[in-house]
Design a protein. Sequence first.
Length: 502
Amino acid sequence: MDLLSNLAMGFSVASTPANLAFCLIGVLLGTLIGVLPGIGATATIAMLLPITFQLEPVSSLIMLAGIYYGAQYGGSTTAILINMPGESSSAVTAIDGYQMARKGRAGIALATAAIGSFFAGTVATLLVAIFAPPLTVVALKFGAAEYFSLMVLGLIMAVALAHGSVLKALAMMVLGLLLGMVGTDIYTGTPRFTLGITAYADGLNFVALAVGLFGIAEILRNLETEHAREVMTRNIQRLMPNRQEFREMAAPILRGTVVGSVLGILPGGGAILASFASYTMEKKLSKTPEAFGQGAIAGVAGPESANNAGAQTSFIPLLTLGIPANPVMALMIGAMIIQGIVPGPNVVNDQPALFWGIIASMWIGNLMLIVLNLPLIGLWVKLLSVPYYVLFPIIMAMCAIGVYSVDNNTFDLYAVAFFGLLGYVLSKLRCEPAPLLLGFVLGPLLEENLRRAMILSRGDPTTFLTRPISLGLLLAACAVLVLVFLPQIRSRRDEVFTEADG
């Protein structure tokens, strides 16, 4: 009954006219940036963070969440119509979705993606509602030592699931931790790593770093790779699948939902891995595996369900532990901190309207997406014809204005330019910026809990090993790190990410 009463409260919060409007804005904007290749949810949320400062906390987080899972829907449209995934998690969808479009079944492919996404998103949101509150009860028993060990495990998992070299991912994580230390020491009040710039006494601007790494750097990469697109608009004839097509997609949608719900919780690239894992599973279970890559409906239904389920369940560690499962969740934590909300298990007790309002808004947002997306396919197709050289100056101007409006600090504009160039260089070196952002967000929390645990134990470092939960989390972190360096696991991991990127 507690669950039902809490959900009723959540729906009463999410269904106010203002929150419904922000949910609609979020899902439409998410779909739009998912449709436009190369922008992405991370860059968009980073750019919009300054706007949310003027909104109520519930409204701002509902809108940002809508952008995230709306982008998962929109990414499939470009993957199917022009063989160019709007989101990295939609890369697998392009394999069979584009082939379906070439054979005159673009409408069916789009409908399959929408139906699978809606079902998976609905089920995954139910899982968030069921499992998040019990996990917060467990998390409330955590002390400083347990939180430190949990964050170590989260960072190691993010490294293990990052694209490319494990050593490069570790280096990015360490760089993020170091950047997170810029500012004033929380215990002694001594400035550190500020280079004598008083503007950085409070630390580097989170928005400037995120916009630079994921916004400006993404624009620079897209300018390099922009090419002509063949849009399969002529093949959108029938949107409603027939009975046979429903039978073909039903089981893959169910399996994809399960896979995505589990993998979405993992720090790093859970939703991306989920879509690839679902595709691999469907191909192995299929009676006609040779059909995959030629326009198999299961190759669209499974991965799309998996990446949307993964997007929704990634909110579980965010809402219960205050630990981000991916860069978007790291930005959500930044938005919560800016709004004066301390992420973690106390949110459900201190801010129940926020906690349950976000969960209820996910159901409303998924319903909005299924109702709006299919009728608006014509509009999304027209947007694909807009040249990128028209879009990028507008996006860059929005980035600069948004970052400057946070503190009216010109140093933040220099920081955006610096991190934009850094992000571009890192992409050339095949270093993924996601571990850097997670390290930057978790670094101050990691340091605070480390020092607090040491103070409480009077300087005894064995406190991390004598507390059972802390010891278990550290052992799990060591096990993950050892596993990813094993030759067999390492080669399989490289193979997975190579195929996922391809």
